[in-house]
Ligand binder design. Structure first.
Ligand code: AMP
Ligand code: ZN
Ligand code: FE
Ligand code: FE
Length: 289
């Protein structure tokens, strides 16, 4: 029955809407998840909570549970680390300040990348703006869409494998906080932090144990080990570390609509993990649709 506090499966805790770089509005995304038979979903746009309200309203009408979330961009030297954050207070001053700073840095960085690409290809900043919704968190996927619109790539994936790849010469990083600081901010805002897709590189690039230990001490809840981009050897190593440090393991799709091959519910999270996550999240309320 709608509104009952039920931990309904399948549980998919990582999805993107057009508030960041997904291709569907929050309402369309929630409808797509309900149609796909998902029982509980999290909306986790990059560095933004702007989709929460619309997603919650749709979840209530569609009878699907919604966990409000975000994928926080963080960085360790040149490596980008994504931190999923759930059930935090979206008006928390620390979160608001840091996410605005990251979104602004992403915008400047995207403009600079487009300027460099524009020196070699017929691409302008206006082309990219035409691919974003107002106030969207801008990322390489929007540049990819502009390249596709210009006929310079066939798909987002092709653009990522070519012009947007870090070794093509146009890639540029952007400001993002250290993961440790992001975890502290999320916990201070009543939220629950999980490292997104932590095994996408080789086993030798897995987060060093000493650093993981510090993140656990700062309040890390879990690792998103069931994700299509995680590599088997690195994932196996991280399962060992998760067991050793009492970290929860999540699984999710990282659905971006038509922008990526990832399908809703292709990886899922266990109900008892969701229950623990909800028990620890005190900054905002899950929606039991
Ligand atoms: P950025 O944060 O601006 O560097 O862009 C990274 C985003 O691009 C991530 O959210 C990914 O989901 C997305 N992305 C990475 N590779 C691909 C790909 N091959 N096709 C579509 N989207 C991708
Ligand atoms: Zn994305
Ligand atoms: Fe990510
Ligand atoms: Fe993501």
């Amino acid at each position: 029955m709608a509104g009952e506090r039920r931990f309904r499966g399948p549980i998919d805790l990582h999805t993107h809407s057009s508030v960041s770089d997904g291709t569907e509005t929050p309402a369309q995304l929630v409808r797509a998840a309900a149609d796909a038979g998902i029982g509980t979903m999290a909306l986790t746009d990059h560095d933004s909570t702007a989709g929460w309200f619309e997603a919650a309203a749709t979840a209530r009408t569609m009878g699907i549970n919604l966990i409000p979330g975000m994928e926080f961009s963080t960085r360790v030297s040149f490596a980008s680390v994504h931190l999923l954050a759930y059930l935090f207070d979206p008006s928390d001053a620390g979160i608001v300040a840091e996410t605005s700073r990251v979104r602004q840095a992403r915008l400047v960085r995207a403009e600079q990348m487009v300027e460099r690409i524009g020196a070699d290809y017929a691409l302008t900043w206006e082309d990219v703006l035409a691919q974003t919704t107002p106030d969207a968190t801008v990322g390489r996927p929007h540049i990819a869409d502009a390249l596709v619109a210009r006929g310079l790539a066939l798909t987002r994936s092709e653009a990522f494998a070519g012009i947007l790849h870090w070794d093509a010469g146009y890639y540029q990083p952007h400001y993002a906080p250290d993961p440790l600081r992001a975890i502290e901010l999320v916990r201070a805002a009543g939220g629950v932090p999980v490292i997104a897709h932590p095994a996408t590189r080789g086993v030798q690039d897995v987060i060093p144990e000493a650093r993981l230990k510090r993140l656990v001490e700062a309040g890390l809840f879990g690792l998103e080990l069931e994700h299509r981009e995680n590599k088997p050897a690195a994932k196996a190593r991280l399962y060992e570390l998760a067991a050793k440090y009492g970290l929860f393991v999540t699984g999710s799709s990282d659905y971006h609509g038509a922008g990526k091959p990832n399908r809703l519910g292709e990886n899922t999270t266990a109900p008892e993990v969701l229950e623990a996550l909800i028990a620890q999240g005190t900054g905002s309320e899950p929606v039991f649709g």
